[in-house]
Design a binder for this molecule. Structure first.
Ligand code: GAL
Length: 329
């Protein structure tokens, strides 16, 4: 009887241990269809993530097939574990704001929270069908997942701006990364106090790259980008610097060049500061230009440190957003 009771206790502990481990670690399936709480494919392409009051908010291009073709949409999802995403709202539903004409473009939306004004500020790439306008658009909201109102568009630092990326440094200061074809380079620029403008150039890297993503890890800045081949994937590259203003190293491949970034293009490097460790996730888009709504996400934890950054080949992996732990299966 006693032995039976001990066995029962053991089984109970095992059950609890397995349950809590599986509750904490969640599986990410790079390149697979990723569904939200409604069972719909997540529409957050070319997106960005903001950590806000204990939850992660993922915003991106909403390419839902049934959207009004005259309008452009940005969707917002929330999650605590970075794997199960609850659809919050289409936070921006915008009709052509600047007479851009048919098939105008809104891409790569990112949100910032301004500590001074309390507002959430949404930046995006705004363009016409030929990508000649090359501006950023700005919209604001009082709530992270509220309805954002369009404010204006402009060329940051008076430069052409196409793909944008966002970076928030450890001290909270906010930067926009943007590609500028005429200068054949990549800008990192600081936002103004209220985040409504792009104020100060911090770095210019003479490298024709886009899909800019930046992370600060263990005393070094890692800047990553893709070459300019439109929707087609190419070998993404990175450079490092001890300071945001440089000097930056030469660019190096993040994966074997023949792997072609596993058909993905960078959109963000997400730093997860967990209770046990800090991990960095490569967030990329596997674009499907003919069926953009079915474009996939390639998220993988990168091997990073001492000036090296490596994107492993995609495999299912486990993420524990609380501890920061990642395990590739
Ligand atoms: C990519 C860019 C995407 C989109 C696409 C259009 O290079 O990163 O955001 O603009 O080109 O061809």
């Amino acid at each position: 009887m006693k032995r039976l009771f001990v066995l029962f206790l053991r089984l109970l502990f095992l059950f609890i241990a397995v349950k809590s481990a599986s509750a904490a670690s969640q599986q990410v399936l790079p390149g697979e269809v990723w569904r939200d709480n409604r069972g719909e494919e997540i529409q957050a392409h070319g997106g960005g993530i903001l950590h806000w009051k204990g939850a992660y908010y993922w915003v991106g291009e909403d390419r839902t097939q049934s959207n009004d073709p005259e309008k452009r949409y940005v969707a917002c999802y929330a999650s605590k574990d970075l794997v199960h995403w609850t659809f919050r709202a289409q936070i921006l539903v915008l009709a052509d704001p600047e007479h851009l004409g048919a098939n105008w473009v809104l891409e790569r939306p990112k949100i910032f929270h301004n500590p001074r004004t309390g507002k959430f500020v949404l930046y995006f790439h705004l363009d016409d069908v030929r990508y000649k306008v090359a501006r950023v658009g700005v919209a604001v909201s009082d709530r992270i997942d509220g309805s954002y109102s369009y404010v204006k568009s402009f060329r940051p630092l008076d430069q052409e701006s196409r793909d944008i990326g966002q970076f928030i440094d450890d001290d909270g200061s906010a930067y926009l990364i943007f590609e500028s074809r005429r200068t054949k380079g990549f800008f990192i620029a600081k936002l103004s106090d209220d985040y409504m403008n792009v104020e100060k150039q911090v770095s210019f890297l003479r490298a024709p790259l886009e899909g800019g993503a930046l992370v600060h890890y263990n005393g070094l800045y890692y800047l990553l980008g893709s070459h300019m081949t439109g929707w087609r994937a190419n070998p993404n590259v990175y450079a490092t610097s001890p300071s945001l203003s440089g000097p930056w190293t030469e660019f190096k491949d993040i994966a074997p060049p023949e792997a072609n970034t596993y058909q993905a293009q960078s959109t963000m490097l997400l730093k997860i500061i967990g209770s046990k460790r800090t991990s960095v996730i490569f967030m990329g888009d596997i674009w499907k230009p003919r069926t953009l709504w079915d474009s996939r996400y390639l998220w993988m934890p990168v091997q990073i440190g001492s000036g090296e950054l490596h994107l492993p080949s995609p495999h299912p992996w486990l993420l524990n957003a609380k501890t920061g732990g990642t395990t590739i299966e």
